[in-house]
Design a binder for this molecule. Structure first.
Ligand code: ADP
Ligand code: ADP
Length: 226
């Protein structure tokens, strides 16, 4: 089964904005996939629906063959989400943030302690494990969000504009972390409005505009046509 399958997805918000007008896409297991498009295109709505934060109007979504409408909990266990806004407690330490998150998902404490160290090392944050997270740089905070999402060992990691508004140095550090996660076998989907980011990271992409996919395919093929 595809890591993500979306069929004829539509979303009309209360008030009448048609954010998605029949979107279909498949993401293969192991892929690094970009949803590229300008502000307002519908990217956040799409990943909001996939991660069960937004209700769809119609259409079908499945994650590794698990239908979201039929077995939402099972689908959510396969998926990790890195939201756009920093949303951890700035007055907690990175290590505690990860361990508490794992606890929330029912991971035994002993296992959570092991994973927290692994994920902080993978995100190059092990030396910051015990500082107040408020003192982390912007790039470190964003890598901490990635480390947190990886605590549940998702098979599919979804990131909403992970590098929006950060400078190129920070972006490169995050790219490195994401490449390593993908190389270790996790499927990644990210939204971005930077072509350069999609080009540098992703194998496949969909270009979305005004709630519709206007191009879809391997990065190399699409770049050749631009
Ligand atoms: P993107 O992530 O590509 O910037 P969004 O999915 O956030 O696009 O938005 C798509 C469209 O839906 C935009 O016109 C946006 O204003 C609208 N929209 C997004 N969220 C809501 C909401 N909660 N209520 C009403 N309209 C919304
Ligand atoms: P993005 O384009 O990255 O999604 P936005 O600024 O469009 O960022 O949206 C930020 C938040 O506001 C999101 O939670 C989105 O759902 C909500 N939002 C966006 N547009 C509208 C809207 N027209 N009405 C209500 N909520 C909206």
């Amino acid at each position: 089964a595809p890591a993500l399958s979306v069929r004829e997805l539509r979303k009309t918000y209360a008030g009448g904005v048609e954010a998605l007008k029949g979107v279909s896409l498949d993401v293969d297991p192991g892929d690094f996939y970009a949803l590229l498009g300008p502000n307002g295109a519908g990217k956040s709505t799409l990943i909001g629906i996939v991660s069960s934060l937004v209700n769809k109007t119609s259409g079908e979504v499945s994650v590794f063959g698990v239908d979201l409408a039929r077995d939402r909990d099972a689908a959510m266990r396969l998926l990790g989400l890195v939201p756009q806004e920093i949303n951890f407690n700035l007055f907690e330490k990175p290590f505690d943030i990860l361990v508490n998150y794992a606890g929330f998902y029912g991971i035994p404490r002993r296992e959570a302690l092991v994973r927290a160290e692994q994920e902080l090392r993978a995100a190059q944050l092990w030396d910051k494990a015990q500082v107040m997270s408020r003192t982390l740089s912007g790039g470190m905070k964003r890598r901490l969000m990635i480390a947190r999402a990886m605590m549940t060992r998702p098979r599919l990691l979804i990131l909403d504009e992970p590098t929006a508004g950060v400078d190129i140095e920070i972006r490169r550090g995050m790219w490195r972390t994401l490449r390593e996660i993908n190389a270790a076998g996790t499927t990644i989907i990210l939204t971005t409005h930077y072509l350069e980011e999609a080009e540098s990271l992703c194998r496949n992409l969909a270009i979305i505009d005004h709630g519709r996919i206007i191009e879809q395919g391997p990065m190399r093929t699409l770049l050749a046509g631009l």
